[in-house]
Design a protein around this ligand. Sequence first.
Ligand code: PMV
Length: 305
Amino acid sequence: MSRTEEGFGGGKVILLGEHAVVHGVPAIAAGVRRGVRATAQPAPEDVLHVEPWGRTWRPTQVGDEQLSRAFDHVLAFYDDRPPLRIDVQVELPRGAGLGCSAALGVSVLDAIDKALGVDRSRIALGTRALAWEKFFHGAPSGIDNAVAALGGLLRFQRPSMVSRITPLRTLHLVVGHSGERSSTKDMVAWVARQLRERPVSVNRKLDEVRELVDEAEAALQFGEVLALGQALDRNHRILRDLHLSTPRLEALCRAAKSAGALGAKVTGAGGGGCMVALAEDPDHAIRIADALDADSFIEEVGRAA
Ligand code: PMV
């Protein structure tokens, strides 16, 4: 091992099925171009340095930092290796529903694999990164690490059923950030609590999401963007009923819809973080992004994504 190797894990937006996916319902997510890049190179001791947070961790100084414990855990996967310095560049906001921690895990493992000459498929890399993700989210469904490794448009069902969806038409998505940070672990626990306290009504919602995911998958395959937009709206109402939206996210969804978005919803864990809106074409996406008055980006999800 002589040269610096780069690994990559992508961010994601969940189009349909967040939270429901934790309870065994399928979900549809799209990888985004932004993500996390990690380099691995031989060093006198193991070090993980994360930009832009300006933080450095060493496994020998394990505290309660989730990141430090996750790093320590994944390093133990590799026997008989030289000490490594891992430098990470994060392009995703934390606690925003864009899969930052999973992208981090995938990029770190990818960089280490490459540096040590470990030949692992992207799908196996995603599965491996679940061990990392568990330090952050307790009992994650696995969707974030699967999309972080594979990218593109995927249908996912736990524990590890992943299939690619080929959309007939390119999707024009606008992702708007509420500026509010949330904890996926807390939001997942909050939904689990609602499920315990109101099993009949919450299970009915989960069944509805299951139907929406099937409808949306067909809409993607047949290029029916209006039907897809309606599915996003209906999924948003379910997330709102589960108290996963916030006044700021509601305002962003309303602004997107007023600008003609075909659908708009909370994406990811909710309780803050991001919303995603579906636009008709690239110009429309720009108009929606302008109407949001928030940090936003436009993502195209195409046939070859
Ligand atoms: O908010 P994020 O990017 O961590 O996404 C969480 C997605 C959930 O469905 C809420 C949790 C999970 O593990 O699938």
